[in-house]
Design a protein around this ligand. Sequence first.
Ligand SMILES: [Zn+2]
Length: 512
Amino acid sequence: MTEKGYKRTLVTTALPYANGPVHIGHLAGVYVPADIYVRYLRLKKREVLFVGGSDEHGVPITIAAKKEGITPQDVVDKFHNLIKKSFEDFGISFDVYSRTTSKIHYETASDFFKKLYEKDCFIEKTSEQYYDEQVKQFLADRYITGTCPHCKNPNAYGDQCEACGTSLSPLDLIEPKSAISGSKPVLKETKHWYLPLENYQNWLEKWILKEHAEWKSNVYGQCKSWLDMGLQPRAVSRDLNWGIPLPIPDAEGKVLYVWFDAPIGYISNTKEIRPNDWELWWKNSETKLVHFIGKDNIVFHCIVFPSMLKADGSYILPDNVPANEFLNLESNKISTSKNWAVWLHEYLADFPEKQDILRYVLTANAPETKDNDFTWKDFQARNNSELVAIYGNFVNRTLVLTQKYFNGIVPERQEFTEYDKEVFAEIENGKLKIENHLENYHFREALKEAMNLARVGNKYLADTEPWKLAQTDMARVGTILNVSLQLCANLSIAFEPFLPFSSAKLRKMLNL
Ligand SMILES: [Zn+2]
């Protein structure tokens, strides 16, 4: 039992979009912090489930497929497998990593929609949208190009002009063209279903602004500004042939909007691994639900998805949404389309088995409260002057001295001195600080405290100088190394959530 009477924790991570591999920005913003949190809970022997998966629907995937002359399923198969492998390689310890094209997800998302539909939670609206008569298909915003009314760029998209950055609606474009056939699209009426978010405005204001003032200030602030602007109805369906078909009559050619089906993936993936007791994880007030996401997803996880869960009425709501800001790369925004990123599979090709160094740097420099910058210079400095010079150095000296003076056997200890006792007090104190930071999603601070414990060890060895005492007082040398080895053992636990590969190695060296 923890605070607020919770008995178990369900941790979800944003579903990466399966139109490209994952990069360091994903890892720093979402997956490493979530993994740290989950590994910590497991060390505390708390009941936890860690759920992830790929988001495989939506227009960009259909565009990628068309460009390469393959099917959308081919696109998502390729990237789902690549993404899944990257997470495994970096020790992101999901209990389940599934996908939104799974059968169980189709059923879960359809049922979710149907229940809300039957409860009359949606409104229907008819509007005019561009239609390509040659291919007989409504055109998503991205499928329409034309001249930007602001800067006259002839290749603006229906949702945005990439030359001047203005957000557009397809109707703004001068001389619109279908990106599929090149023909001039016509306006045609189409019916869609909308979730009237404005109906949840009052409830959300109370639930977030009053009852969750403890959320991170970047999350709370973004929610507040959305609520201050006033919420609008949001379409839950669209005309597309890739996605989950609307499970109602007279909805031919319409699928669930990807934003609607994706978060339901958390529920589907839980069902996949816990078919018999998934409801315990989603419908029991003793379960703490935590969503790890990037800042671009705050509105979905704090406003839209909770409104869907509230509309259903049988689900719990998130206790916290510790969203991070963005990580930049060498002062520029990471961009999949511009190929400006450090891709995880490429990092591992260059630095095999060095996952922990990247996990360390991304946590030490995590964009927890503001955007941060990743640079290779900082990567090198943190590896050399922190991981190697502090943690590695202490462990190495302790093990080398134990080997040299005691043939690698843990020496007997004598009476502890005041200094020895201080080291144990530091361990206890460090443990409390680390735990307190982790409970509050302060991962950088927690890591700093773990590194401070390694500093304590280095100082202890430098002050007690066992290599000098070896000529006069071997019994004292034994006690010093006994204390140092105990500290090493504690460090393997303190660092386990952050550097799981190194901790496993260290435990093996210590024969724990
Ligand atoms: Zn423009």
